[in-house]
Design a protein. Structure first.
Lengths: 403, 540
């Protein structure tokens, strides 16, 4: 009996309610009445709360900035070192932001190690002067060496251990916006030892000091030089327009053996040509490193310019080519796929050569490929490049922009 | 078991028989309603905050809310019988219903309450995180304001956008904060022991003079050395978080219409397209509990207009903003596989070099192709009658009115201001052309001199030539929602049956244009004073 009454009441309730409504406002009130009977607290999902917490508490920023200046550093070693990480101490807020201190200790799965310490005063005299002190110790157990010159064989792969410690002072002036002029002074200690990669023979076993100067004895170097840079890129971490031009001359003076003093000239030009509202960019880079050892002197192989790897000839293995000089030309066509991803087609070319007189564009090695550039606010944080060459293909995952 | 079967049978029979007789009439005596009933009092509302990350992922990949059906369109659920939005805690009819004077339009939400230039401004809080750095101050009278600044490379850009945007959206009917352009000297800012500073890592501490210096370091200064900011008055009431563009608040008894089906939120799409407001997402809304006439209820605000008119708040807008979602699979795939050789039209747009404007243009602008940063359920549900409702309001702004409102941005470069005016005028006209073509754009219905009088807005604004209309008269049975043609009656003149009808009877005029299937049906109710237009239906 009660069940029947209840059913009838339930079924007729909306009908009766509708019959009672005699105005639009009454209908709105009735809707509100119905809603009022089933109110509950406004909740967000657990997932949303987590994301909100990440945002509100600046979790990513804090992870990036670290605790009391300490944070985790990813990468930062040479190509071929494998995944690397380690603690880093970074303070940019000292002396009211006028002094920067940074130090890190990074090691890779392949036992590459790097320890460095930096003290920077980037804004002296109203942003006109800057000073940077830097010390670094590196211990790379498996640096590849394929022999000297552009004709070295891929099958000639060997490896060596490179240990060096460098101290440098770099200071300069910014006379006009975008321009820096300055000098540098440093001291470099180098040690080379047998390579640690069991798959390959150690370099000293198949190459001689004649082929690889300095393979048997390493030295210490005093380094001094000058540089000029004009950098007007819009966003250095992922430029879409502007350019970056660098000329740096330095002198390496052998302090121990007296046999390996030389001069080095670094030239680099980057230019970015945007079109279609900067959604497409042609990016160009020309880079050359020229050395001159003078009479009776040689450029040690561990300080020679190299080619190959994720930064220049991307279809070749890291350190594929060594010689006294090198030239590299890179061109990329980049297009925006969506707001967080640019895709790129690239062509790399370059060569190493023994003497300045061979500074030309003949007999260049060529690589080509494509890449993905993931960015946040146009700064690249992850790059995936696939490069092809007559020696095969290489896949690169890098936490930086190529240029 | 038998009882249950009996119950179901009895219930079904009763329901079917009584439902027909109790069917809600199409028109109630109080239609059309121009103002919703006074809100019910809310209880204790627990503030909650939305995550913008979550909002992005949710709308980009999950598409929440009710979607339009191809079989039967889901029309907006809150307009009155004329298709207008009644005044409520969401919306107030302003320029669209009662044309405002130029002074009123320019004043917008302002109540003449900018920070007092006299006396110090006590800084209470500051932050360096977020889209733009900002300060919270109390002026000498103790009134609280938010100060937001322009990016160093784009003086005047986002502050102008903020005040112009708040004026336009107020005039269009929304609740917005009061925003004022202000200029101040550094020495006007003073700290108190209670001043707090939140750094970019979210850490709070007592604020120092150096913190103020750091914030102002990247703020452009005028030639006279003063800083320019937009001062935003604190929204009254107790903030309880943002509103979403779908569903309803579960704790608000007055929030009964799913937001994706609110006409003012569907039509917001058109306003955002007009003003280039691609940052029109939930995170830029604000619900607040206010008390009026002793009743506490939730009022819904739109906030943060620094990303309008080509501004991206901290930099000029990206060219893709307003034209593409931040991420959408199809355009991304097209870009990827075409190697970028497919160039979207927006990528070819030309933007004049006005640092105080950012990237605003009108030549490639197509209102229907406008896109916010990511999908918005209310925008996605818009139908031609929603966009007509909004376009009609946009078209009401004359060139001079637009110019006067833009002037509120206090641009030092008159050419920059004039470029914004030129863009808004051209974009307005494109909006009219686009959305007046999707319905028969007839409006201003009234019975006058024994005729059904109306106006073709496309003709009025010079977007179409004058055209003849076919009018068919019908008798409308309100409770049954049934129409019967009145034979032999056509034309705008009221049929004899209508003229001689008794009060309470309803008639309808179905109006069409040659070679168009778009129709407008005007419903007339006979009152002791004569027939009155009480309903408008549009089909397309």
């Amino acid at each position: 009996m009660w069940l029947r009454i209840w059913c009838l009441a339930a079924l007729l309730a909306p009908v009766l309610a509708a019959a009672e409504i005699d105005s639009r406002k009454g209908q709105i009130e009735a809707d509100r009445e119905a809603k009022a009977s089933q109110l509950s607290a406004e909740e967000t999902s657990r997932f949303e709360r987590i994301l909100l917490r990440i945002r509100e508490d600046k979790i990513l920023e804090r992870f990036s900035a670290g605790v009391a200046g300490f944070r985790m550093k990813l990468g930062g070693l040479v190509s071929g070192s494998g995944f690397a990480m380690g603690p880093e101490y970074l303070r940019r807020d000292l002396a009211g932001g006028r002094v920067m201190v940074r130090g890190s200790a990074v090691a890779s799965l392949k036992q590459y190690q790097l320890y460095d310490l930096e003290l920077g005063v980037p804004k002296l005299a109203g942003d006109r002067l800057f000073l940077d002190l830097y010390a670094v110790h590196r211990n790379f157990p498996r640096i590849d060496y394929y022999g000297p010159g552009p004709s070295s064989y891929k099958t000639g792969r060997s490896d060596f251990r490179l240990e060096d410690t460098a101290y440098s002072i770099k200071s300069g002036v910014s006379p006009i916006r975008h321009m820096e002029l300055g000098g540098l002074l440093g001291y470099l200690q180098v040690n080379v030892g047998p390579g640690g990669d069991p798959r390959f023979v150690s370099s000293e076993q198949i190459y001689t000091p004649v082929m690889a100067p300095g393979l048997d004895h390493q030295s210490n170097f005093l380094r001094g030089g000058f540089f000029a840079r004009y950098d007007y890129r819009d966003i250095p971490g992922g430029p879409r327009k502007g350019g970056n031009y660098l000329v740096e001359w330095s002198q390496y003076s052998d302090q121990k053996l007296g046999s390996y003093s030389f001069q080095k000239l670094d030239l680099e030009a980057q230019q970015y040509v945007p079109f279609f509202n900067e959604r497409r960019v042609f990016a160009f880079r020309a880079k050359s490193v020229l050395t001159d050892a003078g009479a009776g002197q040689q450029v040690p192989f561990y300080l020679q310019p190299t080619l190959g790897g994720s930064e220049d000839l991307r279809g070749f293995r890291p350190f594929r080519f060594y010689d006294n000089n090198m030239i590299a030309l890179n061109a990329e066509y980049r297009w925006e796929t969506f707001s967080g991803l640019d895709t790129a087609l690239f062509v790399d070319s370059g060569k190493v050569f023994h003497h300045w007189s061979q500074w030309n564009l003949h007999s260049l090695e060529v690589a080509y490929g494509f890449g993905l550039r993931f960015n946040v606010q146009n700064s690249v944080f992850l790059r995936v490049d696939v490069g092809f060459s007559h020696e095969g293909f290489q896949v690169w995952f890098k936490f930086n922009n190529v240029f | 078991m038998v009882q249950i079967q009996q119950c179901v049978l009895i219930g079904a029979a009763l329901y079917l028989t009584s439902a027909a007789s109790a069917q809600a009439p199409r028109f109630y005596p109080d239609d059309p309603v121009w103002r919703e009933p006074e809100p019910r009092a809310v209880g204790d509302i627990k503030p909650r905050k939305l995550s913008d990350y979550y909002d992005f992922f949710l709308h980009t990949f999950a598409h929440p809310g009710e979607h339009q059906s191809l079989r039967e369109p889901v029309t907006a659920k809150n307009p009155n019988t004329l298709g207008e939005v009644p005044d409520s805690s969401w919306y107030t009819n302003r320029h669209g219903r009662h044309p405002m004077t130029v002074d009123e339009l320019v004043r917008g939400p302002d109540t003449g309450n900018p920070p007092s230039p006299e006396g110090p401004w006590r800084v209470t809080k500051a932050k360096t995180a977020g889209v733009t750095p900002g300060l919270e101050i109390d002026d000498a009278r103790g009134v609280h304001y938010w100060l937001k600044f322009d990016p160093a490379a784009n003086p005047e850009m986002s502050t102008a956008a903020d005040v112009i945007g708040s004026a336009f959206f107020y005039d269009l009917g929304y609740y917005v904060p009061e925003n004022y352009i202000v200029y101040f000297d550094r020495k006007q800012l003073v700290l108190t022991p209670k001043s707090t500073y939140t750094d970019r890592l979210g850490r709070k501490r007592t604020m120092s003079e150096r913190d103020v210096e750091e914030i102002l370091l990247n703020v452009p200064r005028n030639r006279d050395g003063r800083y320019r900011a937009v001062a935003s008055v604190r929204i009254p009431g107790q903030g309880v978080g943002e509103f979403r563009f779908f569903g309803t608040r579960q704790d608000d008894p007055n929030d009964t219409v799913p937001h994706e089906h609110r006409r003012e939120l569907r039509g917001y799409f058109v306003f955002c397209a007009w003003l280039d407001h691609e940052d029109s997402r939930a995170i830029n809304t604000y619900d607040t509990v206010v008390e009026e006439n002793g009743v506490r209820f939730i009022r819904h605000y739109l906030i943060d207009f620094g990303s309008l008119l080509g501004s991206g708040s901290t930099k000029p807008n990206s060219p893709r903003s307003g034209n593409e979602y931040l991420f959408a699979p199809k355009p991304s795939l097209i870009q990827f596989v075409s190697l970028g050789l497919y160039v979207p039209r927006w990528a070819k747009a030309h933007y004049p070099d006005f640092p105080s404007v950012g990237r605003l243009e009108y030549r490639i602008f197509d209102p229907e192709k406008f896109k916010p940063d990511y999908p918005n359920p209310a925008f996605a549900n818009r139908l031609p009658d929603d966009t007509f409702w909004a376009a009609r309001q946009v078209m009401m702004f004359t060139d001079d009115q637009i110019r006067a409102i833009v002037k509120k941005g206090a641009f030092s470069d008159p050419q920059a201001a004039e470029w914004i005016v030129e863009c808004l005028v051209a974009r307005r006209d494109k909006i009219g052309r686009t959305y007046f073509a999707r319905v028969l754009p007839l409006d201003h219905f009234q019975v006058k001199d024994g005729q059904l009088d109306f106006e073709d807005l496309a003709v009025r604004y010079g977007l179409a030539q004058a055209r003849p209309y076919q009018i068919q008269w019908l008798r409308f049975e309100n409770p049954a929602n049934r129409m019967t043609p009145l034979g032999g009656q056509s034309g705008a003149a009221l049929p004899d049956a209508v003229k001689s009808a008794a009060p309470g009877e309803y008639y309808a005029a179905e109006i069409g244009a040659p070679e168009s299937r778009q129709k407008v049906t005007a419903y007339l109710r006979v009152t002791p004073g004569g027939p009155e237009v009480v309903g408008i239906d549009r089909t397309w």
